[in-house]
Design a protein around this ligand. Structure first.
Ligand code: HEC
Length: 159
């Protein structure tokens, strides 16, 4: 009897572990994309990171006019969109889950708002939006790039 229960426990636990790793797989957009599209995504992410660095320096210096073009650049940063063929677009449509697209849109919307706040020289709003954008980076990485950022697995994003 005890032996049976132990066996059952092991079977159940294996099931849970398998489901978890499958879940991580589903949560990994990059590895599901063909290499050339994944490279474009990485290129875009690196460009965004550079813009975020520049924006940070500009915000803490009160240089609103420096924030505007960088925030706008993130908003317009469709390296992927610009360099993709029709066929690539189709693959992307089939691969990207709805939740990812929603996050991406929300993120781009934040960058437009940041550009606007900078145009209005609203320092407090820029800081708030910058933080919202950081949270959006983390939330998307946690939900869709766990293979690239495994340390985010158990991080609370406050979502
Ligand atoms: C809508 C989803 C999404 C948002 C929002 C997002 N990212 Fe990413 N990011 C990804 C995915 C997916 C990957 C993993 C790509 C891969 O697996 O190769 C990634 C990877 C990266 C990488 C690693 C690139 C490399 O060299 O491998 C960096 C850096 C990065 N993101 C920065 C950012 C920053 C900074 C922000 C916010 C300002 C951000 N990302 C917002 C989806 C997102």
């Amino acid at each position: 009897m005890i032996k049976k229960m132990v066996m059952l426990c092991i079977v159940l636990m294996t099931g849970v572990l398998q489901a978890e790793s499958e879940n991580d797989q589903v949560n990994a957009i990059g590895s599901q994309l063909p290499n050339h599209i994944r490279s474009l995504l990485i290129e875009e992410m690196q460009a965004i990171t550079t813009s975020m660095d520049v924006i940070f320096r500009a915000i803490i210096a009160g240089e609103h006019d420096q924030v505007v073009p960088q925030a706008q650049a993130i908003h317009d940063s469709f390296i992927m969109a610009q360099k993709m063929t029709e066929a690539d677009r189709k693959i992307l449509e089939e691969t990207l889950p709805e939740a990812f697209i929603k996050r991406d849109q929300a993120f781009h919307h934040l960058s437009a708002e940041l550009a606007e706040a900078a145009r209005n020289e609203d320092q407090a709003k820029q800081i708030k939006l910058y933080q919202d954008m950081q949270n959006a980076c983390i939330a998307c990485h946690q939900n869709h790039a766990l293979d690239r950022f495994p340390n985010l697995k158990n991080v609370s994003t406050g979502e």
